[in-house]
Write a protein that binds this ligand. Structure first.
Ligand SMILES: NC(=O)c1ccc[n+]([C@@H]2O[C@H](COP(=O)([O-])OP(=O)(O)OC[C@H]3O[C@@H](n4cnc5c(N)ncnc54)[C@H](OP(=O)(O)O)[C@@H]3O)[C@@H](O)[C@H]2O)c1
Length: 231
């Protein structure tokens, strides 16, 4: 099975990569830090998977397309695409600096839009596929201190819904993931009891089980929160 994951070196993306990495799996992964990618490749190959890495800034359309071209050199078929890479920044609509929204939209929305369009021919060629888009609880609920982030994640959910409708009859599943607070770099330095925030491994388990369903069923949306609710 061939799988593509953006932003796979840390946090949720890494947990998903670890879950899917098996002897019969080839992973194509990207992030901006090349050393992290090399370390990830070494770790996942120990699990028996074949791993191809490419340094990519997904907020840049040209680099997204170069990543897709890179993948196309090694395979003509992709089964799973996980649009995971994303950035979070605290900001308010009234006070955020110029360009914050553009940066969030480029990284959290256009990345998924351009990569999905570029890889769809390879997913079609596989005659069966599953696309996961890493949205957020901020895709359906506005958080006052996450204005630009929230706007970008609402848009990503819109993208996911449109994709679902378009691919319904093509044997390609589309799942929008909407996690709440999950331990990752984004929470570095935050002093909270461990159980207050979810583990990335639990998000990976949910992705894996949605992927495991039979051909006639698709999980369209997954909302997953800390047991104690939002922060
Ligand atoms: N953690 C949460 O509480 C939470 C909740 C809901 C949704 N999410 C979403 O889940 C996804 C993953 O978040 P996370 O918390 O796991 O983040 P994380 O730990 O900061 O990891 C982000 C990953 O994406 C990569 N990345 C970031 N910007 C990139 C760019 N411009 N181009 C390419 N790769 C990039 C990072 O590597 P480099 O820095 O090397 O590029 C890293 O591998 C995001 O879409 C986020 O919005 C997170």
């Amino acid at each position: 099975m061939n799988i593509v994951i953006t932003g796979a070196t840390k946090g949720i993306g890494r947990a998903i990569a670890e879950k899917f990495a098996q002897p019969n799996t080839t992973l194509f992964v990207c992030a901006r830090n090349y050393k992290d990618l090399k370390d990830l490749k070494a770790d996942l190959e120990q699990q028996g998977a074949k791993v191809y890495i490419k340094k990519t800034d997904v907020s840049k359309r040209k680099q997204v397309l170069a990543f897709a071209e890179f993948i196309g050199k090694y395979t003509k078929k992709i089964e799973v695409l996980i649009n995971n890479a994303g950035v979070f920044q605290q900001s308010t609509l009234t006070e955020e600096s110029e360009g914050v929204l553009e940066q969030m939209i480029n990284t959290n929305l256009y990345s998924a839009y351009h990569l999905t369009r570029a890889l769809l021919p390879l997913i079609h060629a596989n005659q069966k596929g599953h696309i996961f888009n890493m949205c957020s609880i901020a895709s359906e609920k506005a958080f006052p201190n996450a204005s630009a982030y929230s706007i970008s994640k609402f848009a990503l959910l819109g993208f996911s819904k449109v994709l679902r409708e378009e691919l319904k009859n093509k044997n390609i599943k589309v799942t929008a993931l909407m996690p709440g607070a999950t331990w990752s770099n984004a929470w570095a330095g935050v002093e909270l009891p461990e159980e207050r925030i979810m583990q990335a491994a639990d998000i990976a388990k949910v992705v894996w089980s949605a992927y495991q369903l039979g051909d006639s069923a698709v999980v369209e949306e997954i909302v997953i929160r800390p047991q104690l609710g939002d922060l």
